[in-house]
Design a protein around this ligand. Structure first.
Ligand SMILES: [Zn+2]
Length: 157
């Protein structure tokens, strides 16, 4: 930042680096989710044994009734589009060669959902309710991260 700013309300954003080391803990439920994704290529939900509500990503308690009596269940990474958008510029304002499609993907009878990239479909074709499946990295490249899912794509029948 070379210019001196005199009014804080004129700052829109700046790009810089901060020397900082962080360790992000995904928590107990997050760890179960990431391990199942990495090791088995499956998503994980938490199902409440009191009210029956299910959540993905999983929680250690039920957000609906606050019960901690939950069980984890795995399921195939197939869901449907709830919402979507197209990003046309990157974080620095530079135009992308083609729009990056991002969707909120929900799962049948499960509350919550995942926000992830969508590929192998055009913006014109993408629509609410479209059935999507995850494209995973090869097992040996997975690291226990949401990016073990490369992207979602339409389920071809
Ligand atoms: Zn509950």
């Amino acid at each position: 930042m070379l210019e001196r700013l005199w009014r804080a309300d004129k700052i829109s954003h700046w790009v810089d680096g901060i020397s900082l080391e962080m360790l992000y803990q995904s928590g107990k439920a997050g760890q179960v989710f990431m391990e199942n994704l990495r090791d088995r290529g499956l998503l994980t939900l938490s199902k409440c044994l009191e009210c029956g509500d299910a959540f993905c990503p999983p929680r250690i308690y039920c957000p609906s009734c606050m019960s901690s009596k939950i069980e984890y269940k795995t399921f195939d990474p197939v869901g449907y589009v709830e919402l979507f958008t197209a990003c046309r510029v990157d974080a620095y304002g530079q135009a992308l060669e083609e729009p990056m499609l991002i969707a909120l993907i929900r799962f049948q009878n499960v509350k919550g959902g995942l926000i992830h990239r969508v590929k192998e479909v055009s913006l014109d074709e993408l629509h609410k309710g479209m059935k999507l499946e995850a494209v995973l990295k090869p097992r040996e490249e997975r690291r226990g991260s949401i990016n073990d899912i490369q992207y979602f794509r339409p389920v071809r029948v």
